[in-house]
Design a protein around this ligand. Structure first.
Ligand SMILES: [Zn+2]
Length: 277
């Protein structure tokens, strides 16, 4: 009798457990389908944001091209008019930290640049220099400012950057054209109008590297690229000033494409002569 009661109690308890299980399962299913429905409704209502920078940035991380032991080119990809373009900047490694010449196309790429500098070279960024107020040069300025790292430009570039919503670079470069950076130094030179009204070049006297930026085209460039803000008459004069000032440049880095020698400046002059005729 006792064992029969025990069996009865066990059956009853297991039945109770089963009912409880089914009840919980049903609650879970209802809850899941409701939340699922809800999710779909939300995503129907709010279209997923599509960031134009997402595509190129996701598929193309920052590329690092070594020029000399202490000078590297950073290359990032950005979209302009529906097309993806590479852009070059420099990173100078000194015994005190790194100097960045021009930022990538976006703030998030600039964040990636900083973390690369830390992981690849174990350096902190000392300061940045931006060579003119276009998005492939100065988009990362706000990121520098959030990190409390100085970023320098000329007055004209700072004025244009502010107007165009690219943050506030510190405009010291008209007065202070040579900056120290640990065991190296950096010189900036404004040759006059060219690709833009405010384009400057950067000279690294310790390594004889000239960063021409967008004033200078790469050897494989068949045209002058974006010229809506260019001064097609004065550009050639500006290039000749750079050639006269830095005749012993061993490496010339253009804003886009591969680096080379001083013939990049002469090639740019040829493109200008062809475009102006
Ligand atoms: Zn430009």
């Amino acid at each position: 009798m006792d064992s029969a009661r025990t069996r009865y109690t066990q059956t009853f308890l297991s039945l109770q457990a089963q009912i409880r299980f089914y009840f919980l399962f049903l609650t879970f299913c209802l809850g899941f389908s409701f939340s699922h429905c809800h999710f779909h409704k939300d995503s129907d209502r709010i279209p997923a944001p599509v960031s134009p920078e997402l595509g190129p940035q996701k598929t193309n991380p920052i590329e690092w091209i070594k020029i000399k032991e202490s000078v590297w080119m950073h290359r990032s990809y950005g979209e302009s008019g529906g097309k993806v373009y590479p852009a070059n900047g420099l990173v100078i490694l000194t015994n005190k930290g790194a100097v960045v010449i021009d930022t990538p196309w976006t703030e998030s790429q600039t964040e990636e640049l900083f973390s690369d500098i830390q992981s690849k070279f174990q350096k902190q960024v000392l300061y940045g220099i931006v060579t003119h107020a276009h998005n492939d040069r100065i988009s990362g300025v706000p990121f520098f400012q959030k990190q409390n790292i100085p970023v320098y430009s000329t007055n004209l570039t700072a004025k244009l950057a502010k107007e165009r919503g690219f943050g506030n670079p510190n405009p010291i470069l008209d007065i202070q054209t040579r900056l120290g950076a640990g065991n190296q130094s950096v010189e900036v030179f404004y040759p006059g109008h060219g690709h833009s009204v405010d384009n400057i070049v950067v000279w690294l006297p310790d390594t004889h590297i000239l960063f021409g930026g967008c004033l200078v085209k790469s050897l494989d460039a068949k045209d002058l690229g974006y010229i809506q803000e260019a001064n097609m008459e004065e550009w050639e004069i500006s290039l000749k000033k750079v050639l006269a000032r830095y005749p012993d440049a061993e490496v010339v880095v253009p804003g886009h494409g591969d680096w080379g020698k001083l013939d990049l400046l002469r090639h740019t002059i040829r493109l200008l002569v062809a475009a102006n005729n």
